[in-house]
Design a protein around this ligand. Structure first.
Ligand code: G3I
Length: 374
């Protein structure tokens, strides 16, 4: 009995000295986030859905790490004005108010995109196609209304999204003429590339202080890069207010993009614009890449080898982006945790897992100074 109480006493004294040294207290959470470790380079953003900005744990992750926010879907044309004059502000307002309350600037996404667009803009009430003048009037009303509503918190807009085609653009056996560099969207078919200029002009009229971006995926692919470059150059030469290029960055852990192509694209775009944003960054573990809506959602087994490949790819990419900090002003992750990803959680493309537990890759990207090879 006596022996037992001696043991208990020793344990209690040990515990007391541990508490005295502070070891027994819960660890103070490290408050350093991306916005801190990247403050001398670029702002770091995240695309959010409504859950992300209403769940307290996710809010804490956002506030700690990010100093730019994009609405993943809630500011798209079809989300805001599905029918003429029928405005649907609820979710977009919630996200904008979250940004206002927390002092986090908002990247506006997106004012004119072939997908998630409002097809009513192209037809009259009998279903006949309208003239381009009518279309422009509707697009102008949309852009003015949206930009004006959020201009106190939105610092830049993805004005036109994905207007250029994919592929190498060379003629084929069946099509001798090189295809048009432009996506054959309804916008293009009605207006030619003038719709691009108009969208930028309308946005600039509504908020002359906002930075205006052309935003596309596969923007590091050499053929598409040249198409984007030629289009933006043509527009800028004609006085269209394009201030930046958004390279979306839906990449994979293998070889898309090749880093030399990524770097060459940054160099080429910076001949034209002072602002490049990496607008939609994720790094999937299957072999697909790009922002097309046709994709498999197939993942792969998340082995240690795959995790390491992803960590290396993210680390290499951020190293290049830091090198180009003069022109790269923002890097935005496309979604918060793997659970939110448009690619499906089995592609593990992000920094937090499907339960919002932090992954090692988070630290690899955040603590680049410590990780730097000597
Ligand atoms: O809101 C409806 C809901 O009412 C319905 O019940 C449900 C059934 O499927 O669909 C919901 O809409 C989905 C929407 O996301 C919101 O979750 C659409 O089907 C789905 O197609 C849509 O996908 C989004 C996609 O853009 C198309 O807008 C992705 O979440 C979003 O991550 C993705 O983001 C795009 C960028 O905006 C532009 N660049 C490429 C990138 C990836 O495609």
């Amino acid at each position: 009995m006596k022996k037992i109480s001696m043991i208990a006493l020793t344990l209690m004294m040990g515990a007391a000295s541990v508490f005295a040294q502070g070891w027994g207290r819960p660890p103070v959470e490290d408050p350093t986030g991306y916005k801190d470790t990247y403050k001398d380079y670029f702002t770091v953003g995240v695309a959010v859905n409504i859950n992300n900005v209403t769940n307290p744990d996710q809010i804490a992750l956002i506030k700690k790490n990010f100093n730019s926010i994009t609405a993943e879907n809630d500011m798209k044309v079809v989300s805001l004005q599905p029918r003429e004059g029928e405005w649907n502000w609820e979710n977009a307002d919630k996200i904008a108010n979250f940004c206002r309350e927390n002092g986090i600037p908002l990247r506006g996404h997106t004012l004119c995109w072939h997908s998630q667009f409002a097809d009513w803009m192209f037809v009259d009430d009998k279903g006949n196609e309208v003239s381009k003048e009518v279309f422009y009037e509707r697009l102008r009303t949309h852009i003015h209304t949206v930009v004006n509503r959020y201009k106190d918190i939105v610092y830049c807009w993805d004005v036109v999204n994905e207007a250029m085609i994919d592929g190498d653009g060379r003629p084929t056996r069946f099509q001798r003429e090189a295809p048009s560099p432009y996506r054959q969207s309804r916008h293009f078919q009605l207006c030619g590339d003038e719709f691009i200029a108009k969208a930028f002009e309308f946005a600039h009229e509504a908020d002359p202080n906002a930075l205006l971006f052309y935003n596309d995926y596969n923007a590091a692919d050499p053929a598409k890069r040249d198409r984007i470059y030629d289009m933006v150059k043509k527009m800028k030469d004609a006085g269209v207010p394009i201030h930046g290029i958004g390279m979306q960055g839906h990449y994979n852990i293998y070889d898309n993009p090749k880093w030399e192509n990524f770097e060459a694209a940054i160099q080429k775009y910076s001949e034209l614009v002072d602002n490049i944003h990496i607008t939609e960054l994720d790094m999937r573990i299957n072999h697909e890449a790009g922002g097309q809506l046709q994709f498999s959602r197939e993942g792969a087994a998340l082995t240690d080898e795959i995790k390491k490949m992803q960590e290396d790819r993210y680390a290499e990419m951020f190293e290049i982006m830091r090198k180009y900090k003069k022109v790269i002003k923002n890097v935005t992750f496309w979604n918060l945790g793997d659970r939110d990803s448009w690619l499906g959680a089995r592609n593990y493309p992000l920094l937090w897992d499907e339960n919002y537990e932090v992954k090692n890759v988070y630290y690899v990207v955040r603590d680049f100074k410590k990780n730097k090879k000597k």
